[in-house]
Write a protein that binds this ligand. Structure first.
Ligand code: HEC
Ligand SMILES: [Cu+2]
Length: 353
């Protein structure tokens, strides 16, 4: 085979196969390694749970089909020509020289142009769907202000007088208009099953909307690098039936629960005497800080600290013990709380349903 003209082609093919096998191996081995325990489900934008994301998914599917056809035709032609017109062994003659083929040139100019124009028109149509919800399908609407913070989302329901964090609670079957902004750097609000990525800027209000077809928890992730804990800035949309949502609204509108047992009462004292009130609000108390999440009903949320933790006693303790140690760059500092203070605060915060 030495010196045979086929060797470079064979080498290239071998190299390509090796690369493909290696890529497959890396994917198979690496993906489970990243899926740590406690990581929320990684939802797919191709599994839409509402009309906004459904519009994006159907555009994607059309693009995918067209791109696949183009890929197969183009790669196929390349492979066929490379194989059929390859240099045979001992063939030293010049190949036939051709140049110019008007028909072929017109075809490969017009066809891609048509494809691009089709995709352009479809993308415009989808953009229009995303810009404005179809209110003939879901006539009921509500508005939530979504405010990005390093490293958690705040939600204000202006018509309902509710302020909460991380869990965005919405009713099913209703258009929820989201007015996005940020108090610090640029964040991006993204719940793949419900909407496309939408940036949240300081001093500017951006708009997107979501609508959930069925009750459930839809997970998302801040999609704009915003600092050390960008990856820990998550979001969960909790969609409830309209009846359950109304109940939630009544619970949130009520004042904070008065702690019943002695330990929780002690926690209330620690809270109101400490630095907490400078950064956190508990409605109807002296605590009216705005730096951190509103804690009036923190016990009713599914997640804590920007969705980094599920809301359990153990995680609350971990958080209070040393926030920046568990969440790099956290704006909540280590307050060097004693064991007794943490016990009391945990009991108190958990009682705030
Ligand atoms: C300097 C401001 C500051 C002080 C003081 C402070 N916090 Fe925070 N706290 C924050 C910020 C900011 C967050 C959100 C951090 C994140 O998720 O990245 C937070 C988050 C929390 C959370 C999680 C709430 C949620 O919904 O995710 C709890 C609980 C909490 N703080 C309790 C306390 C308690 C109790 C004290 C007093 C002992 C306290 N904090 C003092 C700023 C502060
Ligand atoms: Cu962010």
């Amino acid at each position: 085979m030495n010196g045979s003209p086929q060797t470079p082609l064979r080498r290239a093919l071998l190299l390509m196969c090796a690369l493909m096998v290696m890529t497959a191996l890396v994917l198979v081995l690496a993906v489970p390694a990243f899926a740590q325990e406690g990581t929320p489900p990684q939802p797919s934008a191709l599994d839409p749970a509402g009309p906004n994301s459904a519009a994006i998914a159907s555009l994607f599917n059309v693009v995918l089909v067209i791109a696949t056809v183009v890929f197969v035709v183009v790669e196929g032609l390349i492979l066929v020509s490379a194989f059929r017109f390859r240099r045979r062994a001992r063939d030293v003659s010049e190949p036939t020289q051709v140049h110019g083929n008007t028909k072929a040139e017109i075809a490969w100019t017009i066809l891609p142009a048509l494809i691009v124009v089709t995709l352009f028109v479809m993308a415009l149509q989808t953009q229009q769907t995303l810009a404005k919800p179809d209110t003939t399908v879901a006539p009921e609407q509500m508005t939530v202000k979504v405010i990005g913070h390093q490293f958690w989302w705040e939600y204000q329901y202006p018509d309902l007088g509710i302020t909460t964090a991380t869990d965005l609670v919405i009713p099913t079957g209703k258009v929820v208009n989201l007015e996005l902004s940020s108090v610090d750097v640029i964040h991006s609000f993204w719940v793949p099953q419900l909407n496309g990525k939408t940036d949240a800027f300081p001093n500017h209000v951006n708009f997107t909307w979501i609508q959930a077809n069925t009750p459930g928890a839809y997970y998302g992730q801040c999609a704009e690098l915003c600092g050390a804990s960008h990856a820990n800035m998550r979001v969960v949309v909790v969609a409830k039936t309209p009846e359950e949502f109304d109940q939630w609204v009544r619970d949130q509108q009520a004042g904070p629960a008065e702690p019943a047992d002695a330990l929780a009462q002690q926690g209330q004292l620690v809270f109101s005497a400490g630095a907490c009130i400078g950064c956190h609000t508990i409605n109807g108390t002296a605590a009216n800080g705005k730096t951190g999440p509103n804690l009036t009903h923190v016990g009713s949320r599914t997640s804590l600290a920007g969705g980094m933790f599920t809301n359990t006693e153990g995680n609350l303790r971990r958080w209070l013990t040393n926030p920046p140690a568990v969440k790099p760059g956290s704006i909540m500092p280590n307050l060097n709380l004693t064991r007794t203070e943490i016990d009391a605060l945990t009991a108190y915060l958990q009682s705030l349903k």
